[in-house]
Unconditional design. Structure first.
Length: 361
């Protein structure tokens, strides 16, 4: 009797695992994707220009490394040409669009059908497509902006052969203008607006986005949801962990199952989860990070993640990169989960002092 194939789940290639300059951490979308692929018995391929930086952290999760210029879709497609792949993806900005362009060139944006009728409909729909979902990058010099009044929310889920599977929605708290740093994000399957899911589906259809995860942000104005952005990747900043806690299902595994054609177990609503962030108190050198263990052992808290340690230097930028630490907590509702996360975050103290200047040239 032949030994079972340890990689019977398919072969998945990831284009980069981290955004430019990002540090390897277990909660990063790309690294979580590698672990999920392993759990599904998939063979893993990583296409990267930074193997030396990634291999010490994830080498045991990678079967094949391919080096190339990952800022070019043509370069990525050429590098993996001849490889037998079930999916070519990226969940790290700005590589998601590059991976999709390369996948389209290699004809990996396939449609699966269970019956001949479904196949005929799928082929007809595919012929009507004008392109594949992708991020929009400004090419001109003029940027026009509009300030929208209302709460910023998101819909999180995945597209499977043009059908949207929405796991749930997030609301968030923001710092005062003009920076609007996200200071907390809470996820639940409970709807936030009756038109939000249909609006997200209409946008995905207009873009021709048929397969893969989506992170869809909108402002709920007096006239209904208005698109802020859509990302053809999993939501970042650790929020996919909140989705897992609130649905009882790994959203990373769900997406990979969709790519390789495995059955999708239905998620189950299981309350809410929230990430509460701590931001840079002032420019300088981190002198102390205190209270992390106390916060981590607080009731309802599942994890505390800090990206800095004493001795690190930090600079206020007025963006989400000012966030240094987050608390992940659960509750029966978004409000309850946010209260628990904030109470635990209040136990953490991050202090800064003057920069340590060197007298050596």
């Amino acid at each position: 009797m032949a030994a079972p194939d340890p990689h019977s789940g398919g072969r998945v290639a990831f284009v980069e695992l981290l955004p430019p300059g990002g540090r390897p951490n277990p909660g990063a979308n790309g690294i979580a994707g590698l672990r999920a692929a392993r759990a599904l018995h998939c063979e893993t391929v990583v296409v990267t220009a930074h193997r030396h930086r990634l291999e010490p952290a994830v080498g045991e999760l990678v079967d094949t490394w391919i080096g190339c210029d990952t800022t070019s879709a043509d370069s990525v497609a050429d590098a993996v040409a001849g490889q037998r792949l079930d999916a070519l993806i990226s969940w790290a900005d700005p590589f998601a669009g590059i991976a999709q362009q390369a996948a389209t060139r290699l004809r990996l944006d396939t449609v699966r059908a269970a019956t001949l009728t479904e196949l005929r409909h799928a082929v007809a729909a595919h012929r009507r497509r004008t392109g594949y979902g992708d991020a929009v990058t400004p090419a001109g010099r003029l940027i026009c902006e509009q300030e929208l009044q209302g709460p910023l929310v998101s819909a999180e889920g995945m597209a499977v052969d043009g059908r949207l599977e929405t796991w749930g929605h997030t609301d968030r708290t923001l710092s005062p203008p003009p920076h609007y740093i996200e200071t907390s994000v809470a996820f639940s399957a409970e709807p936030l607006h009756p038109d939000l899911d249909d609006y997200a589906a209409a946008v995905c259809k207009a873009l021709g986005y048929r397969n893969g995860p989506f992170h869809f942000e909108a402002v709920l104005t007096d006239t209904g949801p208005v698109l802020v952005e859509i990302n053809t990747r999993l939501v970042g900043a650790g929020i996919h962990r909140a989705i897992d806690l609130a649905t009882g299902t790994s959203c990373v595994e769900q997406v990979l199952r969709g790519y390789v054609g495995l059955p999708l177990p239905p998620p189950r609503a299981d309350g809410a989860a929230c990430l509460a962030h701590l931001t840079i108190p002032a420019d300088g050198r981190i002198t102390a990070v205190e209270g992390v263990d106390v916060a981590r052992t607080s009731p309802g808290v599942h994890d505390v993640v800090c990206s800095v340690t004493p001795g690190d230097t930090v600079t206020v930028t007025g963006s989400n990169t000012d966030r240094l630490c987050y608390v992940l907590a659960t509750g029966e509702s978004r409000h309850a989960a946010r209260r628990t996360a904030r109470n635990a975050a209040a136990k953490i103290g991050i202090t800064t002092g003057p920069y340590a200047w060197s007298s050596h040239v």
